[in-house]
Design a protein around this ligand. Structure first.
Ligand code: NAG
Ligand code: NAG
Length: 393
């Protein structure tokens, strides 16, 4: 009787174990071969995997060509996208038919992206044709990886390389963690933001290493409860909240924590940017702490006159209200004299701005580092190098 019971128990455990095991869908079984185009094979493998609860799509080591794909949910259960190899995007922008994503994950709950592989966007030709610095209605080029409506998910250990436009974009995502993500692009590649977050909440980015031609991480409207932990940036334009106030009906940004970042040779350090002549908006509860700057051009900056390439009418001040922002333990070197710039809006001055333990040295000629303030009276504590608000506008 005891023996039968234990056999029954073991069989039950085996059944439980097998329901937990992931069913593997290797793209090879769907016709994928190294150096060939695997768009069809991946699409079929994803469809099959998505129809099964607890599945795993595997792309093993090797280099593969991949056209535009939409990896669509909802799936039957948790699903893993395990990329061990390198995926290469088409060189030609025309083959994307105006679509703005190369690899597009959409409507998935419980996604894991893993495997240590590379998404190579092959952006070199596209960058040469980018006109966004001259034309504000320029065509949006394909992002390397888009996550839209992806929830309770983890993206870990992958690399995004040479994207034609932004590398990784999150839209309407919730409870998504990005861990040990590597992003590499030359510093002169246009609009290649590393990770952009919009309309998303409960997002964590930890241990990312991002070198790019635009913002390292940018956090757009509708972002709430975002934690960025231990990130290294450079080259690029630094970590940015915004830009905000450019479009109608933007949602508030709040609850942003950037803790333990190192920025090297970037055009900005930690920044909040809003457009003048803007629609109203809110950016609040934003905290930067333990950030090291190595030769950074504007290490600490609030810029409510953000207007790249004179694309806006600079008539009226920004209407985006900035509130409860702290810069704590920010140290290192500034490559320009303007180490601290808090340029707030005349119509909605910044409130509850804190500068605490700031130590930024300027090593070039022509004087020491400056701190400029407009329409803000920061609360200061601890070390202040440069002294807070040496210039008041
Ligand atoms: C994100 O990080 C915070 C603080 O480290 C933690 O409390 C939270 O559970 C994390 N959230 C997710 C979705 O990983
Ligand atoms: C400021 O932001 C922090 C962190 O998000 C929050 O805990 C705190 O309540 C905010 N303070 C005020 C006065 O709103």
């Amino acid at each position: 009787m005891g023996k039968n019971l234990s056999i029954a128990t073991i069989s039950l455990l085996l059944v439980l174990a097998s329901t937990n095991a992931q069913q593997v869908f290797d793209v090879k079984s769907y016709g994928a071969q190294p150096n060939a185009d695997i768009t069809q094979a991946l699409t079929k493998a994803w469809k099959a995997a998505c129809a099964v609860a607890g599945s795993k799509v595997v792309i093993s080591a090797g280099v593969y060509k991949l056209g535009l794909v939409t990896l669509l949910g909802p799936c039957k259960g948790a699903i893993e996208f395990n990329l061990q190899g390198t995926l290469e995007a088409p060189l030609d922008v025309a083959s994307f038919n105006g679509k703005d994503a190369w690899v597009f994950f959409q409507y998935i709950d419980g996604l894991t992206v893993s495997g240590g592989g590379v998404f190579d966007g092959k952006g070199q030709q596209a960058w040469q044709r980018n006109t966004c610095n001259k034309d504000k209605n320029c065509n949006i080029l394909p992002f390397n990886i888009r996550f839209d409506y992806v929830t309770n998910s983890i993206v870990q250990g992958i690399t995004s390389k040479d994207s034609k436009f932004f590398h990784i974009n999150l839209f309407e995502c919730k409870k998504l963690q990005l861990q040990h993500v590597t992003i590499t692009t030359p510093g002169d590649s246009p609009n290649t933001d590393g990770i952009h977050i919009g309309h998303s909440s409960q997002i964590n980015i930890t241990n990312a290493n991002i070198g790019t031609g635009d913002d390292c991480i940018s956090i757009g409207d509708g972002s709430q409860d975002i934690t960025v932990n231990q990130v290294t940036c450079g080259p690029g334009h630094g970590i940015s909240i915004g830009s905000l106030g450019r479009y109608q009906n933007e949602q508030p940004v709040s609850g942003i924590r950037v803790i333990g970042a190192t920025l090297s040779n970037t055009d900005n350090g930690v920044r909040i940017k809003t457009w003048p002549s803007s629609t109203s908006g809110v950016a609040s509860d934003i905290h930067f702490e333990n950030v090291i700057m190595n030769n950074v051009a504007n290490p600490i900056i609030i810029d409510q006159n953000y207007c790249p390439n004179n694309q806006c009418s600079n008539q009226s001040p920004s209407k985006v209200k900035i509130n409860n922002v702290s810069f704590k333990k920010i140290s290192g070197t500034s490559s320009t004299k303007e180490a601290v710039n808090l340029i707030c809006s005349k119509s909605v001055p910044c409130q509850q701005v804190v500068l605490s333990d700031i130590d930024l040295a300027y090593k070039g000629g022509g004087g020491s580092a400056t701190s400029t303030c407009a329409n803000v009276q920061p609360a200061v504590s601890g070390k202040q190098n440069p002294p807070a608000c040496t210039n008041k506008l």
